[in-house]
Design a protein around this ligand. Structure first.
Ligand code: FCB
Length: 480
Protein backbone atom coordinates (compact mmCIF):
# COMPACT_ATOMS: atom_id res chain seq x y z
CA UNK A 1 0.00 0.00 0.00
CA UNK A 2 1.26 3.42 -0.80
CA UNK A 3 0.24 6.75 0.53
CA UNK A 4 0.59 10.11 -1.00
CA UNK A 5 0.04 13.56 0.34
CA UNK A 6 -3.00 15.09 -1.28
CA UNK A 7 -4.95 18.19 -0.66
CA UNK A 8 -8.62 17.56 -0.20
CA UNK A 9 -11.37 20.16 0.14
CA UNK A 10 -12.49 21.03 3.66
CA UNK A 11 -15.91 19.97 4.92
CA UNK A 12 -16.92 23.63 4.81
CA UNK A 13 -15.94 24.06 1.15
CA UNK A 14 -17.72 20.88 0.15
CA UNK A 15 -20.83 21.78 2.12
CA UNK A 16 -21.05 25.02 0.14
CA UNK A 17 -20.94 23.02 -3.12
CA UNK A 18 -23.79 20.66 -2.16
CA UNK A 19 -27.10 21.39 -3.85
CA UNK A 20 -29.88 21.94 -1.28
CA UNK A 21 -31.80 18.77 -2.05
CA UNK A 22 -28.66 16.59 -2.38
CA UNK A 23 -28.87 13.52 -0.11
CA UNK A 24 -25.81 12.79 1.98
CA UNK A 25 -26.21 9.21 3.04
CA UNK A 26 -24.55 6.13 4.46
CA UNK A 27 -25.03 2.54 3.28
CA UNK A 28 -24.89 -0.96 4.76
CA UNK A 29 -25.98 -4.46 3.73
CA UNK A 30 -27.72 -7.10 5.81
CA UNK A 31 -25.35 -10.06 5.47
CA UNK A 32 -22.32 -7.92 6.21
CA UNK A 33 -23.53 -6.56 9.56
CA UNK A 34 -26.56 -8.42 10.93
CA UNK A 35 -25.15 -11.70 12.28
CA UNK A 36 -27.78 -13.82 14.11
CA UNK A 37 -27.87 -16.09 11.09
CA UNK A 38 -29.72 -18.84 12.96
CA UNK A 39 -32.07 -16.69 14.99
CA UNK A 40 -35.58 -15.37 14.65
CA UNK A 41 -36.66 -17.96 12.12
CA UNK A 42 -34.09 -16.87 9.53
CA UNK A 43 -33.40 -19.42 6.79
CA UNK A 44 -30.01 -20.20 5.28
CA UNK A 45 -28.43 -18.37 2.37
CA UNK A 46 -25.81 -19.42 -0.16
CA UNK A 47 -23.40 -17.13 1.72
CA UNK A 48 -23.91 -19.02 5.01
CA UNK A 49 -22.82 -22.21 3.31
CA UNK A 50 -19.98 -20.58 1.39
CA UNK A 51 -18.47 -18.94 4.48
CA UNK A 52 -18.39 -22.31 6.23
CA UNK A 53 -16.47 -23.99 3.42
CA UNK A 54 -12.76 -24.25 4.19
CA UNK A 55 -10.50 -21.90 2.24
CA UNK A 56 -13.21 -19.60 0.90
CA UNK A 57 -12.89 -16.60 3.22
CA UNK A 58 -9.71 -14.93 4.42
CA UNK A 59 -8.86 -16.07 7.94
CA UNK A 60 -11.65 -18.67 7.83
CA UNK A 61 -14.11 -15.95 8.90
CA UNK A 62 -17.89 -16.33 8.83
CA UNK A 63 -20.68 -13.77 9.15
CA UNK A 64 -22.48 -15.73 11.88
CA UNK A 65 -22.02 -12.78 14.24
CA UNK A 66 -20.62 -10.06 11.93
CA UNK A 67 -21.28 -6.67 13.60
CA UNK A 68 -24.16 -8.15 15.64
CA UNK A 69 -26.44 -5.48 14.22
CA UNK A 70 -29.59 -7.50 14.87
CA UNK A 71 -29.02 -7.08 18.60
CA UNK A 72 -27.70 -3.53 18.40
CA UNK A 73 -30.18 -1.85 16.07
CA UNK A 74 -30.96 1.03 18.43
CA UNK A 75 -27.30 1.90 19.07
CA UNK A 76 -26.43 1.66 15.38
CA UNK A 77 -29.30 3.92 14.38
CA UNK A 78 -28.16 6.38 17.05
CA UNK A 79 -24.91 6.49 15.08
CA UNK A 80 -26.75 7.17 11.80
CA UNK A 81 -28.65 9.99 13.52
CA UNK A 82 -25.52 11.44 15.17
CA UNK A 83 -23.75 11.36 11.82
CA UNK A 84 -26.32 13.82 10.52
CA UNK A 85 -27.06 11.66 7.47
CA UNK A 86 -30.05 12.65 5.34
CA UNK A 87 -30.59 9.11 4.12
CA UNK A 88 -29.76 5.53 5.11
CA UNK A 89 -29.41 2.71 2.63
CA UNK A 90 -29.80 -0.78 4.10
CA UNK A 91 -30.69 -4.16 2.65
CA UNK A 92 -33.45 -6.52 3.68
CA UNK A 93 -32.18 -10.04 4.28
CA UNK A 94 -34.20 -12.31 2.00
CA UNK A 95 -33.64 -15.48 4.09
CA UNK A 96 -34.65 -13.57 7.24
CA UNK A 97 -37.95 -12.26 5.90
CA UNK A 98 -38.79 -15.22 3.68
CA UNK A 99 -36.88 -18.35 4.73
CA UNK A 100 -36.61 -20.74 1.79
CA UNK A 101 -37.11 -17.92 -0.70
CA UNK A 102 -40.81 -18.45 -1.37
CA UNK A 103 -44.17 -18.49 0.37
CA UNK A 104 -45.21 -16.68 3.52
CA UNK A 105 -43.19 -13.99 5.21
CA UNK A 106 -41.46 -14.62 8.53
CA UNK A 107 -43.10 -12.14 10.89
CA UNK A 108 -40.13 -12.07 13.26
CA UNK A 109 -37.90 -10.96 10.39
CA UNK A 110 -40.44 -8.39 9.24
CA UNK A 111 -40.67 -6.96 12.77
CA UNK A 112 -36.96 -6.11 12.70
CA UNK A 113 -37.28 -4.02 9.53
CA UNK A 114 -40.53 -2.46 10.77
CA UNK A 115 -38.61 -1.23 13.78
CA UNK A 116 -35.74 -0.02 11.62
CA UNK A 117 -38.00 1.95 9.29
CA UNK A 118 -40.07 3.50 12.08
CA UNK A 119 -36.94 4.63 13.86
CA UNK A 120 -35.43 6.18 10.69
CA UNK A 121 -38.61 8.11 9.99
CA UNK A 122 -38.84 9.28 13.60
CA UNK A 123 -35.29 10.67 13.19
CA UNK A 124 -36.15 12.37 9.88
CA UNK A 125 -33.83 10.07 7.86
CA UNK A 126 -34.89 8.98 4.41
CA UNK A 127 -34.92 5.16 4.02
CA UNK A 128 -33.48 3.51 0.90
CA UNK A 129 -34.07 -0.28 0.97
CA UNK A 130 -32.21 -2.80 -1.18
CA UNK A 131 -34.12 -5.99 -1.89
CA UNK A 132 -31.26 -8.17 -3.06
CA UNK A 133 -27.76 -7.56 -1.73
CA UNK A 134 -26.44 -11.07 -2.49
CA UNK A 135 -27.89 -13.25 0.30
CA UNK A 136 -29.76 -15.69 -1.96
CA UNK A 137 -31.90 -18.21 -0.04
CA UNK A 138 -30.19 -21.59 -0.17
CA UNK A 139 -33.29 -23.51 -1.18
CA UNK A 140 -33.79 -21.78 -4.54
CA UNK A 141 -32.75 -24.45 -7.06
CA UNK A 142 -29.83 -23.36 -9.23
CA UNK A 143 -29.65 -19.93 -7.60
CA UNK A 144 -29.23 -17.25 -10.26
CA UNK A 145 -28.56 -19.83 -12.96
CA UNK A 146 -32.30 -20.24 -12.90
CA UNK A 147 -34.87 -17.77 -14.15
CA UNK A 148 -37.14 -19.03 -11.41
CA UNK A 149 -35.03 -17.18 -8.81
CA UNK A 150 -35.80 -13.93 -10.64
CA UNK A 151 -39.51 -14.66 -10.40
CA UNK A 152 -39.18 -15.45 -6.70
CA UNK A 153 -37.54 -12.06 -6.16
CA UNK A 154 -40.50 -10.45 -7.89
CA UNK A 155 -42.89 -12.20 -5.48
CA UNK A 156 -40.81 -11.09 -2.51
CA UNK A 157 -40.83 -7.51 -3.83
CA UNK A 158 -44.63 -7.52 -3.97
CA UNK A 159 -44.96 -8.86 -0.41
CA UNK A 160 -42.40 -6.41 1.00
CA UNK A 161 -43.94 -3.59 -1.01
CA UNK A 162 -47.25 -4.29 0.73
CA UNK A 163 -45.61 -4.19 4.17
CA UNK A 164 -43.10 -1.38 3.81
CA UNK A 165 -44.33 0.55 0.76
CA UNK A 166 -45.78 3.33 2.89
CA UNK A 167 -42.43 4.11 4.53
CA UNK A 168 -39.56 3.42 2.07
CA UNK A 169 -38.56 6.47 0.00
CA UNK A 170 -36.43 4.55 -2.49
CA UNK A 171 -36.10 0.90 -3.40
CA UNK A 172 -33.05 -0.69 -4.99
CA UNK A 173 -34.08 -3.94 -6.64
CA UNK A 174 -30.68 -5.61 -7.12
CA UNK A 175 -27.25 -4.53 -5.88
CA UNK A 176 -24.32 -4.94 -8.28
CA UNK A 177 -25.47 -7.79 -10.52
CA UNK A 178 -22.02 -7.54 -12.16
CA UNK A 179 -20.31 -8.64 -8.95
CA UNK A 180 -22.72 -11.51 -8.41
CA UNK A 181 -22.16 -12.81 -11.93
CA UNK A 182 -18.40 -12.23 -12.09
CA UNK A 183 -17.33 -13.10 -8.55
CA UNK A 184 -20.09 -15.58 -7.69
CA UNK A 185 -20.56 -17.52 -10.91
CA UNK A 186 -17.64 -16.83 -13.27
CA UNK A 187 -14.62 -16.68 -10.94
CA UNK A 188 -15.69 -18.50 -7.77
CA UNK A 189 -14.61 -15.76 -5.37
CA UNK A 190 -18.07 -15.19 -3.89
CA UNK A 191 -21.02 -17.49 -3.12
CA UNK A 192 -22.02 -19.83 -4.60
CA UNK A 193 -18.40 -20.26 -5.72
CA UNK A 194 -18.99 -21.37 -9.30
CA UNK A 195 -16.24 -21.01 -11.90
CA UNK A 196 -18.28 -20.96 -15.09
CA UNK A 197 -16.25 -18.20 -16.79
CA UNK A 198 -18.14 -17.13 -19.93
CA UNK A 199 -20.84 -19.72 -19.26
CA UNK A 200 -21.91 -17.46 -16.39
CA UNK A 201 -23.48 -14.97 -18.82
CA UNK A 202 -27.05 -16.31 -18.44
CA UNK A 203 -26.72 -15.36 -14.77
CA UNK A 204 -26.45 -11.70 -15.85
CA UNK A 205 -29.71 -12.02 -17.74
CA UNK A 206 -31.47 -13.71 -14.82
CA UNK A 207 -30.30 -11.00 -12.42
CA UNK A 208 -31.64 -8.34 -14.77
CA UNK A 209 -34.91 -10.24 -14.93
CA UNK A 210 -34.83 -10.28 -11.12
CA UNK A 211 -34.63 -6.48 -11.29
CA UNK A 212 -37.53 -6.40 -13.76
CA UNK A 213 -39.82 -8.69 -11.75
CA UNK A 214 -38.96 -6.84 -8.54
CA UNK A 215 -39.82 -3.54 -10.20
CA UNK A 216 -43.16 -4.97 -11.31
CA UNK A 217 -43.77 -6.47 -7.86
CA UNK A 218 -43.17 -3.15 -6.13
CA UNK A 219 -45.30 -1.23 -8.61
CA UNK A 220 -48.00 -3.90 -8.24
CA UNK A 221 -47.98 -3.27 -4.49
CA UNK A 222 -48.38 0.43 -5.22
CA UNK A 223 -45.37 1.54 -3.22
CA UNK A 224 -45.12 5.29 -2.78
CA UNK A 225 -41.30 5.42 -3.14
CA UNK A 226 -39.14 5.44 -6.27
CA UNK A 227 -37.58 2.27 -7.69
CA UNK A 228 -34.13 1.77 -9.26
CA UNK A 229 -31.26 -0.67 -9.66
CA UNK A 230 -27.69 -0.31 -8.39
CA UNK A 231 -24.87 -1.10 -10.79
CA UNK A 232 -21.16 -0.92 -10.04
CA UNK A 233 -19.21 0.83 -12.77
CA UNK A 234 -15.49 0.69 -13.32
CA UNK A 235 -14.26 2.85 -16.20
CA UNK A 236 -11.96 0.67 -18.24
CA UNK A 237 -8.75 1.65 -20.03
CA UNK A 238 -6.42 -0.48 -22.17
CA UNK A 239 -2.93 -0.82 -20.65
CA UNK A 240 -1.37 0.17 -24.00
CA UNK A 241 -2.76 1.29 -27.34
CA UNK A 242 -2.13 -2.16 -28.88
CA UNK A 243 -5.06 -3.74 -30.72
CA UNK A 244 -5.19 -6.64 -28.29
CA UNK A 245 -5.24 -4.52 -25.15
CA UNK A 246 -7.87 -2.28 -26.73
CA UNK A 247 -10.06 -5.23 -27.71
CA UNK A 248 -9.91 -6.84 -24.27
CA UNK A 249 -10.56 -3.50 -22.56
CA UNK A 250 -13.69 -3.23 -24.72
CA UNK A 251 -14.70 -6.74 -23.66
CA UNK A 252 -14.13 -6.05 -19.96
CA UNK A 253 -16.14 -2.81 -20.17
CA UNK A 254 -18.97 -4.81 -21.73
CA UNK A 255 -18.81 -7.61 -19.15
CA UNK A 256 -18.53 -5.36 -16.13
CA UNK A 257 -20.46 -2.24 -17.05
CA UNK A 258 -22.48 -2.31 -20.23
CA UNK A 259 -24.30 -5.65 -20.06
CA UNK A 260 -25.90 -4.42 -16.84
CA UNK A 261 -26.59 -0.81 -17.82
CA UNK A 262 -27.50 -1.03 -21.53
CA UNK A 263 -30.47 -3.42 -21.18
CA UNK A 264 -31.96 -1.38 -18.30
CA UNK A 265 -31.47 2.02 -19.91
CA UNK A 266 -31.52 1.25 -23.65
CA UNK A 267 -33.43 -2.04 -23.85
CA UNK A 268 -30.63 -3.92 -25.58
CA UNK A 269 -27.38 -5.74 -24.92
CA UNK A 270 -24.25 -4.22 -26.46
CA UNK A 271 -23.62 -5.27 -30.06
CA UNK A 272 -20.56 -7.55 -29.90
CA UNK A 273 -17.54 -6.85 -32.08
CA UNK A 274 -16.67 -9.85 -34.29
CA UNK A 275 -13.96 -11.43 -32.13
CA UNK A 276 -16.29 -11.72 -29.17
CA UNK A 277 -19.59 -12.60 -30.85
CA UNK A 278 -19.26 -16.28 -29.91
CA UNK A 279 -18.42 -15.54 -26.26
CA UNK A 280 -21.37 -13.17 -25.89
CA UNK A 281 -23.84 -15.39 -27.76
CA UNK A 282 -26.05 -16.23 -24.73
CA UNK A 283 -26.96 -12.55 -24.50
CA UNK A 284 -27.46 -11.99 -28.21
CA UNK A 285 -30.04 -14.74 -28.34
CA UNK A 286 -32.37 -13.52 -25.59
CA UNK A 287 -36.04 -12.95 -26.25
CA UNK A 288 -36.90 -9.32 -27.03
CA UNK A 289 -39.86 -9.54 -24.63
CA UNK A 290 -37.34 -9.99 -21.82
CA UNK A 291 -35.58 -6.82 -22.88
CA UNK A 292 -38.86 -4.95 -22.85
CA UNK A 293 -39.40 -6.12 -19.27
CA UNK A 294 -35.89 -5.19 -18.19
CA UNK A 295 -36.04 -1.71 -19.71
CA UNK A 296 -39.27 -0.58 -18.02
CA UNK A 297 -38.74 2.98 -16.77
CA UNK A 298 -37.04 3.37 -13.41
CA UNK A 299 -37.16 6.39 -11.10
CA UNK A 300 -33.43 6.59 -10.44
CA UNK A 301 -30.18 4.88 -11.37
CA UNK A 302 -27.92 3.70 -8.54
CA UNK A 303 -24.21 3.96 -9.27
CA UNK A 304 -21.53 2.34 -7.12
CA UNK A 305 -18.05 3.64 -7.88
CA UNK A 306 -14.86 2.53 -6.19
CA UNK A 307 -11.99 2.44 -8.73
CA UNK A 308 -11.05 2.29 -12.43
CA UNK A 309 -9.66 -0.77 -14.22
CA UNK A 310 -6.75 -1.16 -16.61
CA UNK A 311 -6.81 -4.18 -18.88
CA UNK A 312 -4.01 -5.96 -20.73
CA UNK A 313 -4.21 -8.91 -23.12
CA UNK A 314 -2.81 -12.28 -22.06
CA UNK A 315 -3.19 -14.39 -18.93
CA UNK A 316 -2.10 -12.83 -15.66
CA UNK A 317 -2.01 -13.50 -11.97
CA UNK A 318 -4.91 -15.25 -10.26
CA UNK A 319 -5.89 -12.14 -8.33
CA UNK A 320 -8.97 -9.99 -8.74
CA UNK A 321 -9.67 -6.77 -6.82
CA UNK A 322 -11.76 -8.83 -4.39
CA UNK A 323 -9.70 -11.97 -3.82
CA UNK A 324 -7.83 -14.89 -5.30
CA UNK A 325 -9.29 -16.90 -8.16
CA UNK A 326 -7.59 -19.70 -10.03
CA UNK A 327 -10.25 -19.27 -12.72
CA UNK A 328 -9.08 -15.73 -13.30
CA UNK A 329 -5.64 -16.92 -14.42
CA UNK A 330 -7.24 -18.85 -17.27
CA UNK A 331 -8.80 -15.75 -18.86
CA UNK A 332 -7.25 -14.32 -22.05
CA UNK A 333 -6.75 -10.93 -20.35
CA UNK A 334 -5.77 -9.62 -16.95
CA UNK A 335 -6.02 -6.57 -14.72
CA UNK A 336 -2.86 -4.55 -15.20
CA UNK A 337 -1.30 -2.71 -12.24
CA UNK A 338 -1.59 1.05 -12.09
CA UNK A 339 1.45 2.23 -10.16
CA UNK A 340 0.79 5.96 -10.50
CA UNK A 341 -2.15 5.84 -8.12
CA UNK A 342 -2.07 5.47 -4.35
CA UNK A 343 -4.00 2.39 -3.24
CA UNK A 344 -6.43 1.47 -0.48
CA UNK A 345 -5.97 -1.40 1.96
CA UNK A 346 -7.63 -3.62 -0.64
CA UNK A 347 -5.05 -2.51 -3.23
CA UNK A 348 -7.74 -0.57 -5.13
CA UNK A 349 -6.42 2.54 -6.95
CA UNK A 350 -7.58 5.84 -5.47
CA UNK A 351 -8.63 7.78 -8.56
CA UNK A 352 -11.44 10.32 -8.07
CA UNK A 353 -10.87 11.67 -11.60
CA UNK A 354 -12.25 8.37 -12.86
CA UNK A 355 -15.50 8.98 -11.01
CA UNK A 356 -15.78 11.99 -13.30
CA UNK A 357 -15.05 9.69 -16.26
CA UNK A 358 -17.75 7.28 -15.10
CA UNK A 359 -20.35 10.02 -14.84
CA UNK A 360 -19.29 11.38 -18.26
CA UNK A 361 -19.66 7.89 -19.75
CA UNK A 362 -23.14 7.58 -18.26
CA UNK A 363 -24.10 10.95 -19.77
CA UNK A 364 -22.66 10.10 -23.15
CA UNK A 365 -23.90 6.51 -23.41
CA UNK A 366 -27.40 6.96 -22.05
CA UNK A 367 -28.24 10.63 -22.62
CA UNK A 368 -31.89 11.40 -21.99
CA UNK A 369 -32.54 7.73 -21.08
CA UNK A 370 -30.62 8.22 -17.82
CA UNK A 371 -32.94 8.99 -14.89
CA UNK A 372 -31.70 10.93 -11.82
CA UNK A 373 -28.60 9.27 -10.36
CA UNK A 374 -27.69 8.42 -6.78
CA UNK A 375 -24.17 7.31 -6.03
CA UNK A 376 -25.37 4.47 -3.83
CA UNK A 377 -21.86 3.44 -2.65
CA UNK A 378 -18.37 4.87 -2.50
CA UNK A 379 -15.69 4.41 0.14
CA UNK A 380 -12.36 2.89 1.01
CA UNK A 381 -10.82 0.28 3.29
CA UNK A 382 -7.79 1.20 5.37
CA UNK A 383 -6.36 -0.73 8.29
CA UNK A 384 -6.25 2.09 10.86
CA UNK A 385 -6.23 0.93 14.43
CA UNK A 386 -7.82 2.09 17.57
CA UNK A 387 -5.54 4.00 19.91
CA UNK A 388 -5.95 5.43 23.36
CA UNK A 389 -5.42 9.17 23.34
CA UNK A 390 -3.28 9.69 26.42
CA UNK A 391 -4.32 13.25 27.03
CA UNK A 392 -8.07 12.83 26.77
CA UNK A 393 -8.20 9.17 27.76
CA UNK A 394 -10.51 8.60 24.78
CA UNK A 395 -10.33 5.88 22.17
CA UNK A 396 -9.70 7.34 18.73
CA UNK A 397 -9.15 6.15 15.17
CA UNK A 398 -7.26 8.56 12.93
CA UNK A 399 -8.17 7.76 9.31
CA UNK A 400 -6.99 10.69 7.18
CA UNK A 401 -6.82 8.60 4.03
CA UNK A 402 -10.52 7.72 4.25
CA UNK A 403 -11.40 11.39 4.72
CA UNK A 404 -9.20 12.23 1.73
CA UNK A 405 -10.90 9.51 -0.36
CA UNK A 406 -14.42 10.62 0.51
CA UNK A 407 -13.77 14.34 0.17
CA UNK A 408 -12.09 14.03 -3.21
CA UNK A 409 -14.68 11.63 -4.62
CA UNK A 410 -17.58 13.76 -3.47
CA UNK A 411 -15.87 16.82 -4.94
CA UNK A 412 -15.29 14.97 -8.24
CA UNK A 413 -18.95 13.95 -8.43
CA UNK A 414 -20.14 17.50 -7.74
CA UNK A 415 -17.69 19.08 -10.19
CA UNK A 416 -18.50 16.64 -12.99
CA UNK A 417 -22.24 17.22 -12.70
CA UNK A 418 -22.18 21.00 -12.10
CA UNK A 419 -22.91 23.36 -15.01
CA UNK A 420 -19.93 23.21 -17.38
CA UNK A 421 -18.77 19.87 -15.90
CA UNK A 422 -17.95 16.80 -18.03
CA UNK A 423 -21.24 15.19 -16.99
CA UNK A 424 -23.40 18.26 -16.58
CA UNK A 425 -26.47 16.52 -17.98
CA UNK A 426 -26.41 13.97 -15.15
CA UNK A 427 -28.96 14.84 -12.47
CA UNK A 428 -27.02 13.73 -9.40
CA UNK A 429 -29.19 13.49 -6.31
CA UNK A 430 -26.97 12.05 -3.60
CA UNK A 431 -23.89 10.19 -2.38
CA UNK A 432 -23.96 7.28 0.07
CA UNK A 433 -20.75 6.50 1.92
CA UNK A 434 -19.85 2.84 2.10
CA UNK A 435 -20.14 2.15 5.02
CA UNK A 436 -21.43 2.91 8.55
CA UNK A 437 -19.62 0.12 10.42
CA UNK A 438 -16.54 -2.01 9.87
CA UNK A 439 -18.11 -5.25 8.70
CA UNK A 440 -17.81 -8.66 7.05
CA UNK A 441 -16.24 -7.80 3.70
CA UNK A 442 -17.22 -10.93 1.70
CA UNK A 443 -14.18 -13.01 0.60
CA UNK A 444 -11.87 -10.69 2.54
CA UNK A 445 -13.64 -11.53 5.83
CA UNK A 446 -12.82 -8.95 8.50
CA UNK A 447 -9.51 -7.94 6.92
CA UNK A 448 -10.86 -4.84 5.16
CA UNK A 449 -12.31 -2.06 7.29
CA UNK A 450 -14.54 0.34 5.35
CA UNK A 451 -16.48 1.82 8.27
CA UNK A 452 -16.91 5.39 9.46
CA UNK A 453 -17.22 3.60 12.79
CA UNK A 454 -14.60 1.18 14.05
CA UNK A 455 -15.90 -2.15 15.36
CA UNK A 456 -13.90 -4.28 17.74
CA UNK A 457 -15.11 -7.72 16.65
CA UNK A 458 -14.13 -9.32 19.97
CA UNK A 459 -16.27 -6.99 22.09
CA UNK A 460 -18.54 -5.42 19.42
CA UNK A 461 -17.60 -2.02 20.79
CA UNK A 462 -18.22 0.83 18.33
CA UNK A 463 -15.84 3.81 18.09
CA UNK A 464 -16.53 6.61 15.60
CA UNK A 465 -13.43 7.29 13.49
CA UNK A 466 -12.17 10.74 12.49
CA UNK A 467 -13.98 10.24 9.15
CA UNK A 468 -17.26 10.01 11.10
CA UNK A 469 -16.51 13.42 12.67
CA UNK A 470 -15.62 14.75 9.23
CA UNK A 471 -18.96 13.67 7.81
CA UNK A 472 -20.74 15.11 10.83
CA UNK A 473 -19.03 18.44 10.14
CA UNK A 474 -20.03 18.27 6.48
CA UNK A 475 -23.67 17.57 7.36
CA UNK A 476 -23.60 20.26 10.07
CA UNK A 477 -21.99 22.93 7.87
CA UNK A 478 -24.56 22.58 5.14
CA UNK A 479 -27.45 22.98 7.58
CA UNK A 480 -26.03 26.26 8.80
C1 FCB B 1 -19.44 -3.36 -3.10
C2 FCB B 1 -20.55 -4.10 -2.37
C3 FCB B 1 -20.57 -3.84 -0.89
C4 FCB B 1 -19.18 -3.75 -0.30
C5 FCB B 1 -18.31 -2.81 -1.09
C6 FCB B 1 -16.92 -2.64 -0.54
O1 FCB B 1 -19.08 -4.07 -4.23
O2 FCB B 1 -21.81 -3.73 -2.90
O3 FCB B 1 -21.34 -4.85 -0.29
O4 FCB B 1 -18.63 -4.99 -0.17
O5 FCB B 1 -18.24 -3.23 -2.41
Amino acid sequence: MTSRATRFPSAETLAAQLPTDFALGVATSAFQIEGATREGGRGASTWDVFTHQPGRIRGGATADVAADHIHRLGDDLDLVRDLGADAYRFSISWPRVQPGGSGRLNERGIAFYDQLLDRLLADGISPMATLFHWDTPLELPGGWRSRDTAQRLGELAFLLGERFGDRVDRWVTVNEPATVMLNGYALGIHAPGETLLFDALPVAHNLLLGHAYALEGLRGADVRGGVGITNVHTPTTPATSSDDDTAFAWLFDVLHNRIFADPVLLGQYPEPVDDFAAALKPLIEVDSRDLALISQPIDFYGLNYYFPTRIAAGAGRAVSPDGDSEAMASLPFHLAPWPEFATTGFGWPVAPEFLETTLAELAQRYGAALPPVFITEGGASFPESLVLDERSGERVVADPRRIDYLARHLEAALTATAPGGVAESVDLRGYFVWTLLDNFEWAAGYSQRFGLVHVDFATQERTPKDSFRWMQALAGDRRR
